[in-house]
Design a protein around this ligand. Structure first.
Ligand code: C2E
Ligand code: MG
Ligand code: MG
Length: 507
């Protein structure tokens, strides 16, 4: 049997009031629910605000604490930095031994002084010897005492400095008291106690009064020049700078530049002075002598430009030019007349490692046999350097001969003559000039004879000198009596007999 579906259970029935209440509650619940998100948002933003506020407060507190700490540490570290900077500045500007200003500070001050200044540059005479003898500690102690004395002697100076090892400087803005340098030197003279010893010390001083137009380098250079002049003049002295001192330096610089140009532009030439055999008056050799006549100027003597060439090292290329040229010019004279060639060689050139090869190459290029060549070197060149001696020995093995030039003016010991690679002694003209008193010349000739060395007397100007030398047994001579140094064409004339020896006396 089919059962009849039972009716849905009905909700329990509500009274109308209850229903109204339920609707009200439902509406307000829904409204409430609808408002929740915005309430949450509002609440959370309030909360977030509060949290942020607290966090900010904490952060501010932290930052404040940190920054207080930072500030403290910054203050500490900038003090440290400033201290370090000061220390570095001190080191960069102060001499650590004496506490005086150093060269950097000195030049800085000199650069900034307008309109003028006075500098006294002092150098201690003989300090190096004392320092070597007593040791560096005692040397430093002595420098400290010197600094103290200079402070006491020159309280009015604007700056006291120790720009170099045993060099001190005092600077005044404008002019200094006239007796400043004298006061300083006087203070230095009383004895010092160092390392349990009493030592004596003097100083030399160069004084410069400069206007504001000069650079600090120029002022110091002038002070150096004056100081050099003081030291050169016998120490414990004062020299005040004047333009004459500077001229020498400018001249040196000018000559050096001129030499470079002359080498480049081929302004040099060679003159040749005959070397004559005294027994028969025959020319046996010629000495190549360098001549420089700058275009548009006066000739400059070798005594002036050779020292500059040596000081600048230009003597090396110049020397090679001389050797090459002289060998080439002398070949014909050697082949035709059996006349040898002597060439001056500077110490610098001899120290070149390829010296031997280059001499050989010059001979070969000119077709001149080694036996035709004599290299002239000075005593000091030979004595100073074992390697140079070895180089000369190598060339002697080829047949080249070596002469000592200006003998008697250099090294004072004669013992070295036995060991050195020498074949010829060229006796300096100062001995020839003394030929009236023949004692020295006789002794030199005897010495040369004992060592089987050839002799050439230099600077023979009179018949009397020539005959004295002949009588004493000197073999060869060179000098204005026979001929001045002459151009190659004049030498040709002498060699061919077209010109008589003695006719070229006047040059
Ligand atoms: P030195 O090698 O002793 O040359 C001899 C110098 O004496 C030459 O001077 C010559 O002119 C001069 N003289 C010759 N006879 C007489 C005389 O009877 N009386 C007087 N009072 N003097 C005389 P110079 O040519 O002026 O050369 C001077 C020096 O320059 C040379 O002395 C030499 O040391 C150097 N020199 C010249 N040419 C060269 C060179 O090519 N290379 C190097 N390194 N030095 C050179
Ligand atoms: Mg010579
Ligand atoms: Mg000479």
């Amino acid at each position: 049997m089919r059962r009849k579906p039972s009716p849905r259970p009905r909700r329990p029935g509500l009274a109308g009031r209850e229903r109204a209440l339920l609707v009200a509650v439902s509406v307000s619940g829904a409204a409430f629910l609808a408002a929740v998100p915005s309430m949450i948002r509002q609440f959370s933003s309030v909360l977030a605000g509060a949290v942020a506020l607290v966090a900010a407060g904490v952060a501010v507190a932290l930052v404040l604490r940190r920054s207080r700490r930072l500030a403290r540490s910054l203050a500490r570290s900038s003090a440290r930095r400033r201290g370090l900077e000061r220390a570095l500045r001190e080191r960069a500007t102060r001499d650590p031994v004496t506490g005086l200003a150093n060269r950097a500070l000195l030049t800085g001050l000199l650069a900034g002084i307008r309109p003028g200044l006075t500098v006294v540059l002092l150098d201690l005479d003989g300090f190096k010897e004392i320092n070597d003898e007593l040791g560096h500690q005692a040397g430093d102690a002595l420098l400290v005492q010197v600094a103290g004395r200079l402070r006491a002697a020159l309280p009015d100076a604007d700056l006291l400095a120790r720009p170099g090892d045993d060099e001190f400087a005092a600077v005044w803005r404008g002019s200094a008291p006239a007796d400043a340098a004298e006061r300083a030197l006087a203070r230095l003279r009383p004895p010092y106690q160092v390392g349990g010893r009493q030592v004596h010390l003097t100083g030399s001083a160069g004084v410069v009064v400069a206007d504001g137009q000069r650079t600090s380098a120029e002022v110091l250079r002038d002070a150096d020049l004056a100081l050099d002049a003081a030291k050169g003049g016998g120490k414990d002295r004062i020299v005040r700078f004047d333009a004459g001192l500077r001229t020498a330096v400018d001249r040196h610089r000018e000559l050096a530049a001129g030499l470079r140009r002359a080498l480049r532009d081929g302004e040099f030439e060679l003159h040749y002075q005959p070397v004559v055999r005294l027994a028969d008056g025959r020319i046996t050799a010629v000495e190549a002598l360098l001549r420089w006549h700058p275009p548009g100027g006066d000739p400059i003597p070798p005594g002036v430009f050779i020292p500059v060439a040596e000081a600048t090292g230009l003597i090396v290329p110049l020397g090679w030019w001389v050797l090459g040229r002289a060998c080439a010019q002398a070949r014909a004279w050697y082949e035709r007349d059996g006349v040898g060639l002597t060439v001056n060689v500077a110490a610098h050139q001899l120290r070149e490692p390829d010296f031997v090869d280059r001499v050989r190459a010059a001979l070969e290029a000119a077709g001149l046999p080694p036996a035709a060549l004599v290299l002239e070197v000075t005593e000091s060149t030979l004595v100073a350097d074992a390697e140079s001696t070895a180089r000369l020995d190598a060339l002697r093995a080829d047949g080249v001969r070596v002469a000592i030039d200006d003998f008697g003016t250099g090294y004072s010991s004669l013992a070295y003559l036995v060991h050195l690679p020498v074949d010829v002694l060229k006796i300096d003209r100062t001995f020839v000039a003394m030929a009236v008193d023949t004692t020295l010349m006789r002794a030199i000739l005897q010495l040369a004879g004992g060592l089987a060395l050839q002799t050439v007397a230099e600077g023979v100007e009179t018949e009397e000198q020539a005959s004295t030398l002949r009588a004493l047994g000197c073999e060869h001579a060179q000098g204005f009596l026979f001929s001045r140094p002459v151009r190659p064409d004049a030498l040709e004339a002498l060699l061919s007999g077209r010109l008589e020896l003695g006719a070229a006396r006047a040059g």
